[in-house]
Design a binder for this molecule. Structure first.
Ligand code: 13P
Length: 291
């Protein structure tokens, strides 16, 4: 299927009460694994690149590869630029063929965040079927270039959520609710479920209903994930977990095959490990069979 924006797939997920996995990748083996896992589970899926891998390969190369993988797949695939603070890079990615753009103005003041997000919304919507994700409040931890320490993390103010969505025009909304990027330093992270619930309820009064994103998927227990999805999170971001799969599988493979110089076998081992882990996420998020 041709790659598509996040709007339609997330609208359905929001209405039907499941979440779509949004998986950050840094390599083409990982990208292929996301598509294969989604195909095996008949699930819509979102592939994400943060700024560093986007610049490493170049937006056009990433978009071309993703398009090729997606064209051959029987499930909807969206290509998302994650946590980008650079307006010009957002626009380059749109021009290259990305289909969902996250302009991250979360570290700006409210009005500046709206202004920068609005600029990208106008650019994306005039380019065609390209949706935009905006963030209000800051998700703690480190996601690529965007680092926020936990103490500074400000949660999304409930009373500003609708105003942000309306004035910025975003298609997809990421409120900071206490989840964090990276590995949680505590087994019991302080997640503000009530805040999420209130924000989802307020957004549900508007048409069309704006889908809500949960950042910081790695390390959350299955019960917490199910609760966040049950409360209305319909895009669920997973990054660090796949970095661990990539590094751990590579290290294990090399430990066992140090004398072998067959990169194809290493790639296969890495791909299969990702297909298995991504498949588990898809099951947990409830998107199996939704494509
Ligand atoms: P994790 O690295 O905690 O999985 O967070 C991913 C994320 O939110 C990407 O935007």
């Amino acid at each position: 299927m041709p790659i598509s924006s996040a709007s339609e797939m997330l609208r359905r997920a929001t209405e039907e009460g499941y979440a779509i996995g949004a998986f950050n990748v840094t390599s083409f083996v990982q990208m292929l694994a996301v598509v294969e896992a989604a195909t095996a589970k008949r699930a819509p899926v979102i592939i994400q690149t943060s700024v560093t891998p986007t610049l490493f390969f170049g937006p056009s190369t990433i978009a071309a590869a993703c398009r090729a993988f997606a064209d051959d797949a029987p499930v909807p695939v969206c290509l998302h630029l994650d946590h980008c603070t650079d307006v010009e890079l957002c626009k380059r990615c749109v021009d290259a063929g990305y289909t969902n753009i996250m302009i991250d103005g979360s570290q700006l003041d409210f009005d500046c965040n709206i202004a920068v997000t609005r600029e990208i919304v106008e650019y994306c919507h005039s380019a065609g079927d390209v949706s935009v994700e905006g963030e209000l409040g800051t998700v703690s931890g480190v996601e690529d270039q965007v680092a926020v320490v936990e103490d500074e993390a400000a949660l999304c103010p409930v009373d500003k959520a609708v105003e942000f969505v309306e004035r910025s025009g975003v298609d997809v909304f990421a409120p900071a609710i206490g989840t964090a990027h990276g590995v949680y330093t505590t087994p019991d992270p302080k997640i503000d479920f009530r805040r999420l619930e209130e924000i989802v309820q307020l957004l549900a009064r508007r048409e069309p209903r704006t889908p809500v994103v949960i950042h910081g998927g790695t390390g959350l227990g299955a019960d917490i994930v199910r609760r966040l999805v049950g409360l209305g999170g319909s895009k669920f971001n997973v990054s660090t977990d796949l970095k661990h799969v990539l590094i751990d599988t590579t290290a294990d493979y090399l430990a066992q095959h140090r004398e072998s110089y067959n990169p194809g076998k290493l790639d296969s081992a890495v791909k299969e490990a990702h297909v298995a882990r991504i498949g588990e996420w898809i099951e947990l998020l409830g998107s199996t069979g939704r494509a």
